[in-house]
Design a protein around this ligand. Structure first.
Ligand code: NAD
Ligand code: IPM
Ligand code: MN
Length: 346
């Protein structure tokens, strides 16, 4: 991208703002490397909702969609909004409204004393469909029964799986589709049908489907058998947190949501896999690693490969030399961990 990139910053709730603050100096560093960018900070989250009644106003959504290239997002979720309405209307609105079909969640082991001997090394990545399934938010609570509808469209499934096959081709990873088509005959039946079609078109990719229950057992027994995992929104959510455990937990897992068909100017959203972590919010305990690795994924998406690699290497070097927050058994604060990583940038 040659033009100046416009990045919206949405800290959100809880630890979201604490970890996002550590990404800002990395943006400044990329800017110093000659990457042209401007940022705008947006206030949407629980505080703003409780003060104004606004979640993500339609006008603000349109400005983001048509006036920004990407979003860096902290996290949403606040005990003061128990039904999570603002989280739905901000985060799910962005994922769905921007048609960010692919949620890429790589889990790559970076050696770190805290993990040695405790978990096997992994190089797994998840391509999670990010806009549909039960997240379509159609359902009802009726006397004696409750319904959550799961909608799967051929367009989104094809887009997600098409991107997954392309990714597997370029990385050499094997591809496994997680599904429950033995029970969810309609929705997951559609996934399997399109997967089989694409498998025939990509003979070089070692691809197979697995029932998600059996897949989870195999993943825990020996994750080294797995490379790229594709799944619908719901299964992908669960699988990605399980895989995050292999690389050190929620504090270190990154994600990038993007739109393969590029329907709008704003086509990527980088956010850590973790949530707002109300149990540790405001204490400077959050690990910013997942946020910084998400920032690296965004750099790569923008075509800034040297900066992406340098930031990932800085994270690897910091972890390898024992820099760690409390979740990894250390005593660094969020800020100190952010600095430890930044100090290792070239
Ligand atoms: P969570 O990810 O917020 O926390 C789960 C556990 O991981 C907690 O013990 C927490 O302390 C720990 N943790 C999370 N992030 C960490 C970090 N950066 N460093 C160290 N430890 C970290 O999940 P939850 O507790 O199930 O959800 C809390 C709220 O966040 C809920 O409202 C939920 O809906 C929301 N949530 C939001 C997102 C998002 O914005 N993308 C993702 C997941 C959950
Ligand atoms: C995630 C979160 C979200 C999800 C919630 C907060 C809506 O768990 O980003 O993984 O389920 O997608
Ligand atoms: Mn999740």
């Amino acid at each position: 991208m040659d033009h100046s990139v416009r990045i919206a910053l949405i800290p959100g709730d809880g630890v979201g703002g604490e970890v996002l603050a550590e990404a800002l100096p990395c943006l400044q560093w990329a800017s110093g490397q000659g990457r042209r960018m401007e940022t705008i900070q947006l206030p949407y989250g629980a505080d703003h909702f409780l003060a104004t009644g606004e979640t993500l106003p339609e006008k603000a959504f349109q400005n983001l969609r048509d006036g920004c290239d990407a979003i860096l997002f902290g996290a949403v979720g606040d005990p003061r909004v128990p039904d999570g309405r603002h989280a739905e209307e901000i985060l799910l609105r962005l994922r769905q409204g921007l048609q960010l079909t692919v949620n890429h969640r790589p889990c790559l082991t970076r050696p770190c004393p805290a993990l040695e001997g405790r978990v096997p090394s992994v190089d797994i990545e998840i391509f999670r469909e990010n806009t549909e399934g039960p997240y379509c938010l159609q359902g009802s609570t009726e006397p004696g029964r409750a319904v959550d509808l799961a909608v799967h469209t051929e367009a989104a499934v094809r887009r997600l799986l098409g991107a997954a096959f392309q990714r597997a081709e370029s990385t050499g990873h094997s591809l496994v589709l997680a599904h429950k088509a033995n029970v969810l005959k309609h929705g997951h039946g559609l996934w399997v049908r399109i997967f089989e079609e694409l498998r025939r078109e990509h003979p070089r990719v070692a691809a197979r489907g697995m029932h998600a229950d059996a897949l989870l057992c195999a993943l825990v027994q020996d994750p080294s058998h797995f490379g790229l995992l594709a799944a619908d929104n719901y299964l992908g959510d669960l699988i990605s947190d399980l895989c995050a455990a292999y690389i050190g937990g929620m504090g270190v897992a990154p994600s990038l949501s993007w739109a393969p068909h590029r329907p709008f100017r704003c086509e990527a959203l980088a956010e850590p896999v973790h949530g707002s972590a109300p149990d540790i919010a405001g204490k400077g305990l959050a690990n910013p690693t997942g946020m910084l690795l998400s920032t690296a994924l965004l750099f790569r998406h923008l075509g800034w490969e040297p900066e992406a690699r340098a930031l990932e290497q800085a994270v690897a070097d910091a972890l390898a030399t024992g820099a760690r927050t409390r979740d990894l058994g250390g005593d660094l604060s969020t800020k100190a961990m952010g600095r430890a990583i930044r100090d290792r940038l070239p």
